[in-house]
Design a binder for this molecule. Sequence first.
Ligand SMILES: Cc1cc2nc3c(=O)[nH]c(=O)nc-3n(C[C@H](O)[C@H](O)[C@H](O)COP(=O)(O)OP(=O)(O)OC[C@H]3O[C@@H](n4cnc5c(N)ncnc54)[C@H](O)[C@@H]3O)c2cc1C
Length: 491
Amino acid sequence: MILMALIDELQKIVGEDWVTNRPEELIIYSKDMTENEPCKPDVVVMPKSAEEVQKIVILANEKKIPITPYVAGANVGGLAIPTKGGILIDLKRMDQILEVDESNMYAVIEPGVTFGLLKKLLDDEYPQLRYSYPLAPPYTSVVCNALLSGLGNLSVRYGSMSDMVSGLEVVLPTGEVTKIGVCAVSPYWIGKHPLPDLMGLFINWQGTTGIVTKMGINLWPKPPIVKNAVILTMGGPEDIYTSLIFKLVHLQVCDEIAGGLFHYEMSRGMLPVDDIKGMITAIVKVDDMENRSFFLTQLTVSANDDKELKQKFKLINKLVNETNKNEGRQLFLFKTDDLADIGKKIDNFMELPSQIPSLYDIRAGGGLTWVGSYVPLNRWLEGCQRGLKVMEKYGWVPGVLHRPMKTGHYSVMRFFIPLNKSDPEELKKARKMCEEIVDIVLDIGGFPYKVPTWAAKKAFEKTDPNFVGLMKKIKNLLDPNGIMNPGRLIF
Ligand SMILES: Cc1cc2nc3c(=O)[nH]c(=O)nc-3n(C[C@H](O)[C@H](O)[C@H](O)COP(=O)(O)OP(=O)(O)OC[C@H]3O[C@@H](n4cnc5c(N)ncnc54)[C@H](O)[C@@H]3O)c2cc1C
C-alpha cells in the first residue's frame, strides 16, 4: 500500500490530528536510551479507543503492514523500536482508569495509564489501597510493565506485576477483540481462575501476539503505618547475601526489600547521594566516600498499629545484630524516622514513583542499558560477583540491583550500565559486556527479563526446543501474517 493512501486510511479511523509521518516526529520513535539499533516507523498513529485500535489492526493485517505498539518506549531493551518500519501505534491517549472496585481490590485500566496517574488516583481517592510501583519514571505504562513481568515495591510479598494481572481485553492480530479471564464471563475483573489460563498468550510476548486495550490489576490493602529503613554496608553484597537475605525474606515482615551496589560518584542523579554521604559519614565514619562503593538495601515495613511495627523492627534488628556478631559483618540498620532531615529526604525518594531520578549516563549522551534477570535466590551472589568482574574487565563502574521476589522464590539481578550514546565504540563495548553477563545469567539458572532481541537469540538457543517450537506454533496461529512487532523474541 502506498504510504499516502495508508495515512489517508488511518486518518479516517483516528482523525487528521492523530497521524504523522513528519521526520522530526518519526525520529523520536526510532530509538530508545539503549545501544539497540534505531529504526524509523513509516507512520505513527494515536488511537483513543479499543475500536480504533481494532480498525487499525484489521487494516494492517489485510495489507500485511508491520505494527509496533508503544506507550513510553522506556523498557530499556529496544522492545518498542519498530525494526521493520510500518505503523507504530502510540497508545498514550488511551489513558483512562475505567474502574476501581474497592471491595474486590482491582482496577481496570487502559494501556496509556502511567504509574504517576495510577498512584495519584489511589493516594487521593483510595488511600486504603496500593499498587506495586517500580523504580521507573512515573510516565511509563502500568499495562506495559505488567505485560513485561515488571517488578515493584510489593514484589517481595506478591511477586512480579504479571502475577497481579486480573483480566485482559486484547485486540488479536487478526482483528477480533477478546476478553481473557473471569471478565470474559462476568462483569467482575477478579482474576483468571478457574478458567483455562490464556493470559500467558500475551504476557512476556512483547506485543507479538496482540494489543492489550484494557487490563485488570490487583490492588492491595495499604496498612495505616508504612515506614522505611535502610541496611547499609561498605562491604560488598556478600555481607547480606550469605545468610541474612534468606532469613530476612522468610521472616515475612517486609513489604519491600531491594537495593544494590552503588558507587558514590556514579550514583549522582540516581540516588540522593549527598544525603546518603551525610548519613554514611556521620554514622559509619567513612571519609573518602567519593571513591567508594556501598551496598544499600531499602526495607519497607507496614503495620496496623505501633505495637506491630515495633515488633517487626525488633525482629529485623535482631537478625542484623546476629549476622554482625556471628559472621563478623559490619551492617548498619537505620530507620529513616531516626535520621531527621536526611531520613525525610530518603523517604521522599522511596515514595515511588514520584521523584524517580534517571539512571542515565551523567557524563554525556544520556544513555542507559542493563542486563536484568530473574535468577534463583541461592545463585544470586555467585551471579552478582561474576557479573561485577565482567563490568570491571570492560572498565565500567560496577553497579547491580537486587530484589528478592515472592518470599524468595526467585530474585532480581540487574546490572545497570549508563552509556555515553554519542560514543559508538562505547556502545559496541557495552553490547559485548552485556553478552557476557547474559551467559552468566543463563549459567546460574536464570533468564534475562524484558529480553532484548540480541539476548533472546542467545537465551532461546539454550531453551528446550519443544518449548520454542510451541511458541512458534502459537505465534503462527495468532498472527498468521507476522505483522505484530516483528523482530522481537525469536520472531
Ligand atoms: C530509569 C528506569 C528505571 C526502571 N526501573 C524499573 C523497575 O524498577 N521495575 C520495572 O519493572 N521496570 C523498570 N523500568 C522499565 C519500565 O518502566 C517498564 O518496563 C515500563 O513500565 C514499560 O512501559 P513503557 O510505557 O515504557 O512501555 P513501552 O516500552 O512503550 O512498551 C513495552 C513493550 O510492550 C509492547 N506494548 C506496548 N503497548 C502494548 C499493548 N497495549 N499491548 C501489548 N504490547 C504492548 C511494546 O511493543 C514493547 O514491546 C525502568 C525504566 C527506566 C527508564
